[in-house]
Design a protein around this ligand. Structure first.
Ligand SMILES: [Zn+2]
Length: 76
């Protein structure tokens, strides 16, 4: 796929996804993504985004202040 901003061809890479929920922080490592090496834009496929939503929901009620997981461990 090409970058929506600069039209550069994007590379398939693993990225870090982080979300600050205020009460806690969720970090998902090694997420499959498309990265533009020209402008730095990172894009996740739709199914990956859905999995990230699911992971965030499952960790939202966690008592831990910081949750660090690996994408592959959370996706069946
Ligand atoms: Zn770009």
């Amino acid at each position: 796929m090409n970058c929506i901003y600069c039209k550069n061809l994007m590379e398939n890479e693993y990225s870090l996804f982080a979300l600050d929920l205020g009460e806690s922080v969720i970090v998902v490592r090694k997420v499959p993504s498309h990265v533009c090496d020209r402008c730095g834009q990172t894009v996740f496929d739709n199914d990956v985004s859905k999995q990230l939503d699911r992971i965030v929901d499952s960790l939202r009620s966690s008592a831990d202040e910081v949750n660090i997981v690996e994408y592959a461990d959370k996706v069946a």
